[in-house]
Design a protein around this ligand. Sequence first.
Ligand SMILES: [Fe+2]
Ligand SMILES: [Fe+2]
Length: 280
Amino acid sequence: MNEFRLVQVADIHLGAGQEHHLDNWLKVAAWIGRERPDLVVVNGDLIMGDPDDEADYAFACVHIGQLSVPCRYLPGNHDIGDNVISGKMPKRVNDARRARFVAHFGEERWAFQAAGWGFVGLNSQLLGSDGQPAEAEQWTWLEHTLESFSDGPVALFLHKPLFLDHPSEPDHQDATLRQSCIDAASRARLLDLCRDHRVRLVSSGHKHQTRSFSLDGIYYLWGPSTACVNSPPTTLHWGTREVGFIDYRFRPDGFDHRIVGADFLFRHENYIRKYGAASE
Ligand SMILES: [Fe+2]
Ligand SMILES: [Fe+2]
């Protein structure tokens, strides 16, 4: 059967010398070594927190680089900084941070075809960059890439979701909600391309929550973090508060997916650790 098995791991959040999150990553890596999918997509936030922490970069690169199957990499806000227009972190995306990611992981976007599908990995952190030349280059690359695919469905991978509730929503006033997804103008431009080029799946990370729904012919899947769940249980959540990763199987006539890992990974709650840090 013409089937392509792709595993998405996201929000791995590895820090030098820190055992939490690495405990889960070692279990994920062992699972991948046993199952041997055709490809692993590492969908952003590989680094614990600070995109300029060289020690964390080296640590994450060593541990993620030990996977023995082909991998494609995409950056998240904790790898290269937050989006200029819609972000919240003090550190925003720039050329130096992008270059650091590419130096360690070899790429910041990619495209290929398999099992009758086109696959595109996009650097979500460049969207809404307020005029950085690299963003214009990525838009041009994306348009050419989508036009170059043979007829067939397309799967889009990027770190941040396109929206929280609906494509028509405006940019949120609340900074935490606003940084949760792509800014409205970039989203509209991206969705126009998705509609014109048979995009059927948008697979993201970032929210550390599992959620899936279909809308206007596109299946949206928020993948969980392999590392931890975010924020106290009282916080407004859109998806399931679990850890894990996504096991996809693509065929020319469609795809299946399952969420893996909630039953064998540690369900770290990062807000508890932050309470501890705040009191020290
Ligand atoms: Fe994350
Ligand atoms: Fe993120």
